[in-house]
Design a protein around this ligand. Structure first.
Ligand code: NAD
Length: 260
């Protein structure tokens, strides 16, 4: 867990994070807990989710695990309702997402396309639709959607993924426009390559994964990929009162890749 260098921005607040069993979601859950939040860790991976909770508790934080497949609208509604009744809900981080094997558009089958859109797009839709009535009713709250640099620039052989993330980014603007008058903010983060299991999967198919990785790293001005904590820091920022006047924004976290 990162040291708590800021004040307790989330003291008394409840933050629900999807896909928090590992990677960026786990780092976000830990980061928000370290700043005083009660964190609702959700994922389809119950073992990983419980581990995230245990890590937070070992560090003196407060967290619970709820199994949640973001593609299931009824389940998402039920989890949000239960959390709102039990703890209140202040922040929703729609982080759960999947990648797909690198392949050209014409080689991508319907099953892959449907699965990627289901998790990455329907999952975010389900989350926003479940949480918005709660947040609007209380007249405050924040949603942070995890999009991707792939939602802003073209990436060969990631057709379904970039389509899904572009949708998440623009939908976030609509959520911001619709919910703003009710005191609710919505923002997105757009990470470049991040050192997680998903990140690693992009190189797995290369003939020489290590070489492919080094080649890619050299294209980043900072000459390295991002760490989950570095994305979590920006998610926490957007979810916090430090970003009280920021809404509808897509914050790029890519070590300068997109400007070089
Ligand atoms: P990851 O694969 O390490 O973790 C994703 C988590 O989501 C896993 O715990 C997984 O069990 C969970 N998940 C998958 N399907 C789910 C579902 N249907 N319901 C609930 N949980 C589900 O990935 P990550 O790199 O931490 O990615 C997190 C988010 O960041 C994703 O939305 C991803 O698209 C985005 N992102 C990642 C990168 C990167 O390079 N790693 C770059 C840009 C954006």
């Amino acid at each position: 867990m990162l040291p708590n260098t800021t004040t307790s921005r989330f003291a008394g607040r409840t933050v629900l994070v999807t896909g928090a069993a590992q990677g960026i979601g786990q780092a976000t859950a830990e980061r928000c807990a370290s700043e005083g939040a009660t964190v609702v860790v959700t994922d389809v991976d119950t073992e990983g989710g419980e581990e995230t909770v245990a890590t937070i508790e070992d560090d003196g934080g407060d967290a619970v695990f709820r199994e949640l497949d973001v593609t299931d609208a009824e389940e998402f509604d039920a989890v949000v309702r239960a959390v709102a009744e039990r703890h209140g809900l202040d922040v929703l981080v729609n982080n759960a997402g999947i990648a797909h094997p690198l392949e050209n558009i014409e080689d991508t089958d319907d099953e892959t396309f449907d699965r990627v859109l289901d998790v990455n797009v329907r999952g975010v839709w389900n989350g926003c639709r479940a949480a918005l009535p709660v947040l609007k009713e209380q007249g405050e709250g924040a949603i942070v959607n995890v999009a991707s640099l792939g939602g802003m620039i073209g990436l060969p052989r990631q057709g379904a993924y970039t389509l899904s993330k572009g949708a998440v980014l623009n939908f976030t603007r609509t959520v911001a426009a619709e919910a703003g008058p009710h005191g609710v903010r919505a923002n997105a983060v757009c990470p470049g390559f991040v050192e997680t299991a998903m990140g690693e999967s992009f190189f797995a198919e290369a003939d020489d994964p290590e070489k492919a990785r080094e080649r890619m790293e050299r294209q980043y001005p900072l000459r390295r990929f991002g760490e989950p904590d570095e994305v979590a820091g920006y998610i926490a920022f957007l979810a916090s009162e430090d970003a009280a006047y920021v809404s509808g924004h897509g914050l790029v976290v890519d070590g300068g890749y997109s400007i070089s």
